[in-house]
Structure formats: structure tokens, C-alpha cells
Design a protein around this ligand. Structure first.
Ligand code: SF4
Ligand code: SF4
Length: 352
């Protein structure tokens, strides 16, 4: 488990145990959930839909054998059912505002009954942006429920009536891989539910999502030119684990994600000029498009790198990058090369 997340989770559980620190525990839990949710947002906002049904670890033991879409569905179906059928006793978010219809899911259950290829088939059917909106709404609704809880509520147990209600809702499949969930939830008090569906369950599945997306990026980059259009090296970029690079569908560089049509201005311009990269362009020295925008901290470094590629080629450039990154981290390299592009070019040449 991510050390920082494990620490935060443990701290919250300790605070939750005492009445005096209960409110602080809820505050920290909500902050922690928001921190973890950022990962889901980044994936939902930057990855193409096809990524959500890929299974880069089929058959692996662990949560990473699923898909990104399944992981989101599963985390938030469980939370929605537990938060609304059990704790708040009101309507689930899935049936509110037509989320179920908009997501186009073939099931209303938690998905525990699905295995292997059925998980990928199920994932392909989902409308990912609606699924993301659903997950966000469930998260926000649960946060409100958490804020309304009192310390004494933590000990609340669930009756046979709740169990029957869950069975009748059909939100848990009768398959033996799923049906146990009802006994599992009903055997816990509210505190036990907070400790699992609202926190630990998130950690386990979001960590698995990180592994899935890292692997998807790695596969997407296989055999693809690692030199970015602007002259950065995707092999040495700090976004390496997140991004497939700007020559794949998995480009999560902010210059792409924040631009119109999600196409980086440098990529667009190079494609229009039918160029492999800005290093082939005669306007490079005076260009201020996209990454070369004067206010961008990395503009000089990228321009120097493009000039280096123009003079010495991509192969030599990647070697120099490796040499520099053996000495310094990404940030420091950008800082060293960031002053003046002519000076930065000399620094790159000194490392040839
Ligand atoms: S700024 Fe554009 S060209 Fe450079 S790495 Fe990002 S997406 Fe690629
Ligand atoms: S004009 Fe600028 S962005 Fe376009 S190819 Fe030339 S250097 Fe790259």
C-alpha cells in the first residue's frame, strides 16, 4: 500500500476511535478522499475511452486484473449502496437524475459477479464521462452523509430488515462471488463501513487503477518515437508514468489537455507542416507557439533541445538526456537548461 496513504488511513482510524477527535477524523477522511479522487479525475479527464476497457494484467491475482471502468463502477456502486440503502436510508444516486440510463450499464449490481473477459465486455458498454460524473456525485453525497454523522452513530448496527432491503434492491448479485457482500456489510456497524467502503476500499482499487494506467501507458509507448514534437524527451519526462507521449492517444501533457480539441499547438503545427518535430522547422528560433510560449518556464529548455536535435539528431539527444538525468532530476535539468536557449544548447553540447 502507498506509504503516505497507509499512514493517513491509520491516522484517521485512530482519530475515529475517540469522541474528542471524531470531527477531526471526519474532516481528515474527507480531505483524504478528495486527494485520492484526484487520481480518478486525472484518468477520466485525460485518457481516451478505449483505455477504460483494457485489461493489461488479465488473470493477475489482485485488483489490477480489472479495467479502469470496472474499478470506478465497483468503488462507487458499493459506496452508493452502503451510503444510501444502509446509512442514510434514502435513494441511491444511481437512480437519481437518470445516472443509470446515462451510464448505459447493463447491470445495477456491484460487479463482483463478473470475471475475466466479461469485465472488459461490461466496461466497453459504459459511458465513461457519465460514469465519472456518477462517481463524483456519489463521493460528494457520501461526504455530506459523513459530515452529518455524530460519534454515537458509529456504533449503529444493522437489522434483518436492512438485510432484506438490500436483497430486494437486487443491487448485489445472487452469484456466490457477490452475495456474501450483504452479510459482510450487515455484520459491521457504521464505523466498520466507514473503515472499508469509504476509505480502505478506495485505497485498494485506486492503487490498482494506478498500476493499470501505468501499464497501459508503457504499452502505448512501446516502439513509439520518444522525442516529443517540441523537443522534450518523453523517456525522461516527470509525467512518464502517466503519459503515453504526444505521439500516442495517451498524451496527458497539459499543453495537450488544456488546448482546443485536446491537441497541443506544437503537435498541431508540426502535423500541418508535415514535420516530425519543431526541430525540423526554420521558424524554431523565433517561435512562441504552445510550449515555446514566452511565459512557459520550460520554453527555453525545449527550444535548446530542439536545436540540439536539429544539429546532432534524436539518437544523440536521447543519450545526452540520459547523461543529464543521471546527475539531476527532471526539475533540475529543466532549471539548468531554462535560462537562455543559446546557453542551454552549449550545456547540452558539453554533455555530448
Ligand atoms: S508540449 Fe506538446 S509537443 Fe511538447 S510534450 Fe507536450 S504535447 Fe508534446
Ligand atoms: S512554427 Fe513553431 S510550433 Fe510550428 S513547427 Fe515551427 S517551431 Fe514548431
Amino acid at each position: 500500500m502507498d506509504k503516505d496513504w497507509a499512514y493517513k488511513n491509520k491516522e484517521i482510524q485512530t482519530l475515529l476511535a475517540k469522541e474528542a477527535s471524531f470531527k477531526e477524523a471526519i474532516k481528515k477522511l474527507i480531505e483524504f478522499r478528495e486527494e485520492m479522487f484526484v487520481q480518478i479525475t486525472q484518468i477520466a479527464e485525460t485518457y481516451p475511452d478505449e483505455a477504460f476497457s483494457l485489461m493489461p494484467f488479465p488473470g493477475a491475482a489482485g485488483y489490477h486484473c480489472k479495467t479502469l471502468a470496472y474499478s470506478i463502477w465497483h468503488i462507487f456502486r458499493i459506496e452508493d449502496i452502503v451510503a444510501h440503502e444502509m446509512i442514510a436510508g434514502d435513494e441511491q444516486i444511481l437512480f437519481y437524475d437518470k445516472f443509470f440510463e446515462k451510464i448505459a450499464s447493463p447491470i445495477i449490481t456491484t460487479g463482483n459477479e463478473l470475471e475475466g473477459k466479461d469485465i472488459a465486455k461490461f466496461s466497453k458498454k459504459l459511458n465513461i464521462q457519465e460514469l465519472y460524473l456518477y462517481s463524483k456525485t456519489v463521493k460528494e453525497s457520501s461526504n455530506q452523509i459523513l459530515l452529518q454523522l455524530q460519534y454515537k452513530d458509529l456504533k449503529k448496527k444493522f437489522t434483518e430488515e436492512t438485510k432484506q432491503k438490500l436483497i430486494e434492491s437486487k443491487c448485489v448479485s445472487e452469484d456466490e462471488n457477490a452475495f456474501w457482500l450483504i452479510d459482510y456489510w450487515c455484520g459491521k456497524d457504521v464505523k466498520g463501513l466507514i473503515q472499508m467502503p469509504f476509505s480502505r476500499h478506495w485505497i485498494m482499487h485506486i492503487e490498482a487503477m494506478r498500476r493499470i494506467k501505468n501499464r497501459i501507458c508503457k504499452l502505448a509507448r512501446k516502439g513509439v518515437n520518444p522525442v516529443a514534437f517540441c523537443g522534450l524527451s518523453c523517456d525522461h519526462c516527470f509525467l512518464g508514468e502517466w503519459c503515453g507521449g504526444c505521439r500516442t492517444e495517451y498524451n496527458v501533457c497539459s499543453f495537450a489537455t488544456c488546448s482546443e480539441g485536446r491537441i497541443c499547438p506544437n503537435v498541431k503545427c508540426c502535423n500541418e507542416k508535415n514535420m516530425d518535430g519543431c526541430y525540423e522547422c526554420s521558424e524554431l528560433e523565433n517561435c512562441d507557439k504552445g510550449f515555446f510560449t514566452k511565459s512557459n518556464d520550460g520554453a527555453n529548455a525545449a527550444k535548446a533541445q530542439s536545436l540540439y536535435i536539429r544539429k546532432y539528431g534524436k539518437k544523440e539527444f536521447l543519450k545526452v538526456q540520459t547523461r543529464l538525468h543521471e546527475k539531476y532530476d527532471f526539475q533540475k535539468v529543466q532549471e539548468i537548461l531554462g535560462q537562455d536557449y543559446k546557453e542551454a544548447l552549449k550545456i547540452l553540447e558539453d554533455h555530448t
